[in-house]
Write a protein that binds this ligand. Structure first.
Ligand code: IMP
Length: 198
């Protein structure tokens, strides 16, 4: 089976590769393999809108194959659920992961945020070769650490401590994420539905 992934995020791609390994005979492709592929701006109002934009843009140039688009982000309770759908660009249109993390910690400090609870959210849209749309969601609850720690993972992993843990996702590493993350939960539902449909 051939599955095309609509992402330009290397951190996410590594997690997709690890998680989807359990599907027998899976050949993963990524949008960057398509010469001249230009992603459309993620200008939706929700994670679902943006996951659809990614999946549909890829489907337009690769019709009739399995397509997976995903949008994810971090919602911090004390920041009114920000950065949410703006997570990738929180510190600016070309912000790096460390700039986004620095802005998050700065905003929490400036606003004297006492409630550091947060959650990662993931919405995954899959198009089957017949064009049917499947939607899966996942969340991971936790707390925002006061300082970043850990080298593993990407994005806000160095400041996210999952519920029931004392270490950040960037310390816990990919083994933890493929079991428990928001993305893992959505992908497990996809794998289950795929097995039922093949
Ligand atoms: P997207 O590619 O538009 O979905 O951007 C998602 C952004 O949310 C990423 O660039 C990260 O900043 C953040 N994010 C999403 N999932 C994760 C995760 O699993 N760990 C850390 N940050 C994440």
């Amino acid at each position: 089976m051939e599955l095309w992934i609509a992402t330009g995020n290397a951190g996410k791609l590594k997690e997709f590769q690890l998680q989807l390994k359990e599907i027998a005979d899976l050949k993963l492709h990524v949008q960057s393999e398509i010469p001249g592929f230009t992603p459309r701006p993620e200008d939706g109002q929700t994670f679902l809108d943006n996951a659809r934009i990614k999946a549909r843009t890829l489907k337009a140039v690769r019709p009739g194959v399995w397509i997976l688009g995903e949008d994810a982000g971090l919602e911090v309770t004390g920041l009114g659920h920000f950065p949410g759908i703006h997570s990738a660009r929180y510190a600016g249109p070309k912000a790096s992961d460390s700039e986004n993390v620095a802005k998050l910690l700065k905003m929490m400090q400036i606003r004297h945020v006492a409630d550091r609870s947060a959650r990662f959210v993931c919405t995954t849209v899959v198009f089957t070769p017949a064009g049917e749309e499947w939607v899966f969601t996942g969340e991971l609850k936790g707390q925002i650490a006061k300082v970043p720690s850990g080298q593993l993972g990407f994005g806000y992993d160095p400041v996210f401590i999952p519920e029931g843990e004392t270490k950040t996702l960037a310390e816990l590493g990919p083994g933890y994420k493929i079991q428990h993350s928001h993305r893992a939960q959505a992908l497990k539902q996809f794998i289950q539905k795929l097995r039922g449909s093949l």
